[in-house]
Design a protein around this ligand. Sequence first.
Ligand code: NAD
Ligand code: 89Y
Length: 339
Amino acid sequence: MKGALIGCGFFARNQLHAWAEVPGAEIVALCDRDPARLDETARAFGISRTYADADEMLVREDLDFVDIATTVDSHRPLVELAARSGVHVICQKPIAPTMADARAMVAAVAESGKVMMVHENFRWQSPIRRAVEAVRAGAIGTPFFGRISFRSGYDVFSGQPYLAEGERFIIEDLGIHILDISRALFGDVTRLTATTRRVNPRIRGEDVATMLLSHDSGVTSVVDCSYATRRSPETFPETLLEIDGTEGTLRLDAGYRLTIQRGDDAQVEDVAPPLLPWAERPWHNIQESVRTIQRHFADCIAAGTEPETSGADNLKTFALVEAAYLSASEGRSVALDEI
Ligand code: NAD
Ligand code: 89Y
């Protein structure tokens, strides 16, 4: 499959490195409206076909898919362009600024008959995947409680300065991943309650969020995230898990240590992700998941199947984001069918 990447910024280089390791897919063109970033990326990855304008690129290039790695405001126009052009599309999270935009994007691609996947990669991190598979296989019986926790003091603003500027921050940027992990573990959600705080005075949005979720399956989960937590060890970008089931417990602790306890028997496993040759600590966990999700996209297109993290599936994760902001602003519990 021939693809083009749109948006040559901070995160795109991970996607480009990963595409080079996806069998059957190749990035043949790049697009960015910033000429310096476009040129630098083209040189770094040896891709000579470059465009400042995505419409022009889709007219001139013969593509099978586009990979959208721009920030959220451009996602809807670019996904709709991909749909009009009849190509498969991967779009970075968060899918859109609003639920109405997100629904329109998914509908546009569905109408075109092509595949849409959201680059919702945290559930594809290998330590998380190991935990999801164990829970789905019944390793701890039927789960009834889960805590999915991401707490850090890592400076994300130096690489992604726009994160300090938006009215929304941690739920839209990071909580979205953690909420998606909760869905991957326990299924869809009926009700959510959230509180938010801003601790860092130099940013506009909230940097702490605590969410309580009731899942259709009967599980109650606590999803908490913070970029205002200074502690040792600094665990960025690890998501920690604590899950109780009818037959045992599962914990994913700091340092990628997975413990599955059934009765008195506790099995401890080191599930640290590999350090790919182009990756760097501490981002290697996220970087490996980029390769995994992109391989999943290519495999689904080849097999004619729907990606696990399809656009349609991601509407349910994005609805949790919207419900969390609504709950926090109105100080009440929100039913998901209100969103
Ligand atoms: P960035 O601002 O560094 O890069 C975005 C690039 O897109 C810029 O170079 C900009 O010029 C270009 N661009 C914007 N609109 C365009 C358009 N219409 N046409 C062509 N080029 C356009 O942003 P980033 O930090 O790389 O983040 C990009 C996306 O990736 C965001 O949605 C962010 O949330 C997401 N992200 C995901 C992860 C993850 O783990 N999944 C991690 C970091 C960032
Ligand atoms: O943008 C965010 C993401 O998706 O993963 C981590 C991050 O880069 C900073 O919170």
